[in-house]
Design a protein around this ligand. Structure first.
Ligand SMILES: [Zn+2]
Length: 169
């Protein structure tokens, strides 16, 4: 597994001078370090982690957003068993997105397993913009996503101001 800190640091829980420097200069956060140590320790229980790259970890309203390498959403999020284990072991609600990809892809990753019907950018008179996601069908009680939380995560990861509408009201 690739992590924002050295593998050795993650295994021992002690940062080397180089990583310590990145931490002090703000290039690494405490969440990056803590989650690197945590995930490194989970590789035996969740071997799928071995093939993934953690770029950055953010804490959003108590949840954890993992910004990962290319293809890692498929490995960690789309595999129901792996994802359930990961959330159980970390003890938090987890959101997985990929770092080097489009806004649209990040939104699709956040909304998974809900499919997005359409994404529109809405410009406001003051020049700021909102991103509107339209979800198929109508909102039911069984809708699996916490939309307010999803909005906070998207804002924290990509700076996107999100509004969500359902196709039918
Ligand atoms: Zn290091």
């Amino acid at each position: 597994m690739r992590l924002p800190i050295c593998l050795f640091d993650a295994k021992t829980g002690i940062l080397c001078p180089k990583c310590e420097g990145k931490f002090k200069s703000g290039h690494l956060t405490k969440t990056d370090v803590d989650l690197s140590i945590k995930l490194s320790g989970l590789q035996v229980k969740i071997p799928e982690l071995d093939k993934t790259t953690l770029l950055h970890a953010l804490e959003v309203d108590g949840d954890l957003a993992l910004v990962m390498g290319k293809g890692d959403h498929d490995i960690l999020r789309k595999n129901h068993r792996v994802f359930r284990n990961l959330e159980k072991e970390v003890g938090r609600k987890i959101w997985v997105v990929e770092g080097e990809t489009s806004d649209r892809q990040v939104l699709e990753d956040i909304f998974f397993p809900i499919k997005i019907l359409m994404v529109n950018v809405v410009w406001l008179p003051d020049g700021s913009k909102l991103t509107k996601v339209i979800v198929p069908g109508r909102k039911t009680k069984r809708f699996p996503l916490d939309l307010e939380r999803a909005k906070s995560v998207v804002k924290a990861i990509r700076g996107i101001d999100l509004i969500v509408e359902f196709e039918r009201s």
